[in-house]
Design a protein around this ligand. Structure first.
Ligand SMILES: C[S@@+](CC[C@H](N)C(=O)[O-])C[C@H]1O[C@@H](n2cnc3c(N)ncnc32)[C@H](O)[C@@H]1O
Length: 204
């Protein structure tokens, strides 16, 4: 069985393995192979670049997952057929938002599992503005860094969110909160009102 690090494990834990899955920007392809090992039968591993896709292909062969994992060269979701659970991880929040914006097959049952490396506040604002809801956020800690992993669905209800929710979301993980606090302390040098939200969270 593939041993994933804490970040990828936290992502995998939110995926429904009995659905059609796509890992957008798969790179090494370890997550799709792991999901196949967990019983997933319909997994797409997609990437916009040939080299990562070649690395993913090597792992699909190494782990004997070619019956369950299909490799697709695609910019975001443009060439990906309809899927139920869409993973977009290890990219900036702005790029993740762009990729979601290009998804042509969202239904009430579609789930996005999102793990932004940067600009999580941009991604949260985008999600609520466009009618998505963050159902759950879990912290993860890998390589000395704290991350958040979001489980998201489409509700069609469009609304704004306040700064607190934009920066902390639903993540209650202490290490993630500490990381966001440090980020806010830096940003507050040029935008002092951000000092008010350090260490606090709120619900929408
Ligand atoms: C840092 S890696 C993350 C790999 C993996 N998702 C993870 O979290 O470990 C980012 C990957 O996203 C791919 N990528 C960047 N922009 C993309 C896009 N518009 N559509 C699909 N893949 C993209 C890159 O080629 C790269 O393989």
């Amino acid at each position: 069985m593939i041993k994933l690090d804490d970040r990828l494990s936290a992502i995998a834990a939110l995926v429904r393995t009995d659905r059609r899955i796509c890992d957008v920007g798969t790179d090494h392809g370890l997550l799709p192979c792991y999901l196949a090992q967990c019983g997933a039968k319909r997994v797409i591993a997609s990437d916009v670049n040939e080299n990562p896709l070649a690395a993913a292909r090597a792992n699909v062969e190494k782990y004997g997952c070619s019956g369950s994992v299909e490799l697709v060269l695609s910019d975001g979701l443009k060439s990906v057929p309809p899927c139920d659970d869409i993973i977009i991880a290890g990219m900036g929040g702005e790029l993740i938002a762009d990729i979601i914006g290009g998804c042509g097959f969202v239904t009430a049952d579609t789930r996005f599992i999102l793990q932004p490396m940067t600009k999580a506040e941009h991604l949260r604002r985008y999600l609520y503005r466009e009618g998505f809801e963050i159902m759950q956020e879990n912290g993860a800690y890998s390589g000395g860094k704290a991350y958040t992993v979001m489980l998201v669905r489409y509700t069609g209800v469009k609304c704004g969110i306040d700064d607190r929710f934009a920066y902390f979301g639903r993540c209650t993980d202490e290490r993630y909160i500490r990381k966001v606090n440090a980020q806010l302390e830096k940003l507050a040098r040029s935008d002092p009102k951000l000092l008010e939200i350090i260490g606090h969270q709120t619900e929408v």
